[in-house]
Design a protein around this ligand. Structure first.
Ligand SMILES: Nc1ncnc2c1ncn2[C@@H]1O[C@H](COP(=O)(O)OP(=O)(O)OP(=O)(O)O)[C@@H](O)[C@H]1O
Ligand SMILES: Cc1ncc(CO)c(N)n1
Length: 283
């Protein structure tokens, strides 16, 4: 029987501060109207200020999480976020074997948190390039992540082009095997996402919210993109919708939660807490 709503799986890390990672992904899935599922790759002890500890989940248990939900519920799209170690990358590669061929896969090659904490080691970076990027429907690096991945591409002879032009970066990353590339714009002044499908480049422009709260913007973006693929949108349409939702989530973000860069708020004004005061006013 077809599922009443698409089911989307996030394979990613937990952010105990609730702003990024799995926690952001589930909120983005809810906002998009899809059923969200999770396979947690690592627990982070994290706030808006930094990451004080990382506790990787054993590879076998990552695979078990994926196998279990795939067997019962089924998976209409996958989003992959924080991986951390090469062992985790290998486990995720194996876990994908439990998901039907042709299911769209969005990879956000998470390397560093908004607070500056490193979330991926060097060996894992090489493993992602080798084992996962060729399987991706869309990859969504931010500018620093794109530069790091493209440096590897150049070493591998995938491109001779310059590394500073974002469009050239997107082309170089396409050479690593993903079907589509979005270089997100949060780290540039004009906040334009660059989409490349192997043939043409499309600039996804939109409003910049310099005073917003951006912790979790990348996770929100890649999850919204995966949700839109599950809903039947093309990669380019999904990237456009994801850019808009992420931008609004930054705009509506909670600047005063925590002492560091505050968390995005993808649910926006749609959700207002029912306080005793508000309830009394309604009565
Ligand atoms: N200040 C902003 N105003 C509008 N849109 C933004 C802003 N910052 C980020 N975005 C949008 O959010 C999405 C995620 O981009 P970004 O480059 O911030 O990801 P990231 O750096 O991976 O995020 P994270 O902080 O979670 O690691 C993109 O669509 C981007 O255009
Ligand atoms: C768990 C986790 N995943 C991704 C990011 C990137 O923002 C983060 N800060 N934490």
């Amino acid at each position: 029987m077809p599922r009443p709503v698409p089911a989307v799986l996030s394979i990613a890390g937990s952010d105990s501060g609730g702003g990024a990672g799995i926690q952001a992904d589930l909120k983005a899935f809810a906002r998009c109207g899809v059923h969200g599922m999770t396979a947690i790759t690592a627990l982070t002890a994290q706030s808006t200020v930094g990451v004080t500890g990382i506790h990787p989940v054993p590879g076998e248990f990552i695979i078990e999480q994926v196998r279990t939900v795939a067997a019962d519920i089924g998976v209409d799209a996958v989003k992959i976020g924080m991986l951390g170690t090469a062992e985790t990358v290998r486990a995720v590669r194996e876990a994908l074997g439990h998901i039907e061929d042709g299911v769209p896969i969005v990879i956000d090659p998470v390397m560093v948190a908004e607070s500056g904490a490193v979330l991926l080691d060097d060996e894992a970076r090489a493993a992602i390039v080798r084992e996962l990027l060729p399987l991706a429907t869309v990859i969504t690096p931010n500018l620093p992540e794109a530069r790091v991945l493209a440096a590897g591409a150049e070493r591998a002879g995938a491109t001779e082009r310059g590394r500073d032009d974002v469009e050239d970066l997107a082309r170089a990353l396409h050479g690593l095997g993903p079907a589509n590339v979005v270089v997100t714009g949060g780290h540039r002044d004009e906040v334009t996402d660059v989409f490349f499908d192997g043939t043409s480049v499309t600039l996804l422009a939109g409003e910049r919210h310099p005073d917003g709260a951006a912790h979790g913007s990348g996770c929100t973006h890649s999850s919204a993109l995966a949700a839109h693929l599950a809903l039947g949108f093309s990669p380019q349409e999904a990237a456009r919708a994801a850019r808009r939702l992420a931008s609004e989530a930054v705009r509506d973000g909670h600047r005063s939660i925590g002492r560091g860069p505050g968390p995005v708020n993808v649910l926006g004004v749609a959700v207002r807490a029912v306080t005793p005061d508000r309830l009394a006013r309604q009565a």
